[in-house]
Write a protein that binds this ligand. Structure first.
Ligand code: GLN
Length: 307
């Protein structure tokens, strides 16, 4: 298929939508980002890449990091992890507190904030120290993206820490139900830091390629997780990757995907490719407006949805 031509078509058609919506302003450092930007990258399992727009420009990956921490925790704990975090869609916004109270501190899934905080806690448990945990998260992201210079933007992390009342409330609530082992302040700081990792669409598309190939990087042949774990992660992305808009994303796009409030979305076409799109202005669910539409156009034009 002529992917480059398709990306160019998408770019042309999407142009009027770029900048529509709102950048995430509850993290002041992210409010400074120019909403009029767009980038889209594809990396196929054969190692071919196709790019359009500002695909070399790094942005805040935010909740896309939850995909990477979930993968690490699943690899460490296997099914045991599900005692602490579920795999059901929440039907609620990503930072909701309400459900957590009803469900006794067991977050619905690893992709809402509460679930990601528990996952981060499980990593701190394993590595016994928050700095070593962070270093291992970074090293994992560097390995799957084959990019050694991936780092955290300390200003974004600090900015979120200064306004992180809701996430700290989530961590405290979880702690009160005995589902958090580390100090809630330390755990949430570690969570904010991995959310503040910066990558571009080329690096992110490359980093999900192992999920398109049953857990093994198709190019380096390095095995990161088992085929069953890859299947499960893709399933949770499909059902929970876009918070309370996950149903809509499955309906319109039809691919496992994970979004972040930095405006990035990664998606996986099993057996075929990793995709990443970025455009910072968000829809009311906190997912990239133009990015979601671009992915919808992509599956319409290529017929590459999983359905
Ligand atoms: N760091 C952000 C938060 O906790 C991540 C949210 C997101 O990307 N949806 O609010």
């Amino acid at each position: 298929m002529e992917y480059q031509k398709i990306l160019e078509e998408i770019y042309r058609e999407i142009k009027p939508e770029i900048g529509r919506g709102k950048v995430a302003d509850y993290i002041p450092e992210l409010a400074k980002v120019d909403p009029g930007q767009f980038a889209m990258s594809i990396v196929t399992v054969e190692g071919k890449s196709y790019n359009i727009g500002e695909t070399k420009k790094r942005f805040s990956i935010q909740s896309i990091s939850k995909l990477f921490t979930f993968t690490m925790a699943l690899k460490m704990y296997s099914k045991e992890l599900y005692k602490r975090v579920g795999v059901e869609p929440s039907g609620s916004p990503f930072n909701s507190l309400v459900q957590l109270e009803y469900e006794h501190g067991i977050p619905r899934n690893p992709f809402i904030n509460a679930g990601a905080i528990v996952v981060t806690d499980s990593l701190i448990d394993h590595y016994k120290d928050e700095f070593i945990t962070l270093e291992n998260i970074l090293n994992f992201i560097r390995a799957i993206s084959t990019t050694p210079d991936i780092n955290i933007n300390p200003y974004v992390a600090k900015s979120e820490m200064e306004h992180g009342y809701r996430n700290r409330a989530l961590a405290n609530l979880i702690k009160s139900f005995d589902n958090l082992h580390s100090d809630p302040v330390v755990c949430v700081e570690t969570y904010f830091k991995h959310c503040a990792v910066e990558m571009n669409t080329q690096e992110l598309a490359r980093s999900v390629l192992f999920l398109a190939n049953r857990g093994t990087d198709p190019i380096t042949k390095k095995r990161f997780i088992t085929p069953t774990q890859a299947k499960r992660i893709n399933a949770v992305m499909l059902t929970c990757g876009h918070y309370d808009a996950s149903g809509e994303f499955a309906f319109h796009v039809g691919l496992p995907g994970k979004s972040g409030v930095g405006g990035g979305i990664v998606a996986v076409v099993p057996g075929k490719m990793g995709i990443c799109v970025w455009s910072p202005a968000l829809n009311r669910y906190g997912n990239s407006h133009a990015g979601t539409l671009a992915l919808e156009l992509f599956t319409q034009k290529t017929k590459l949805s999983i359905f």
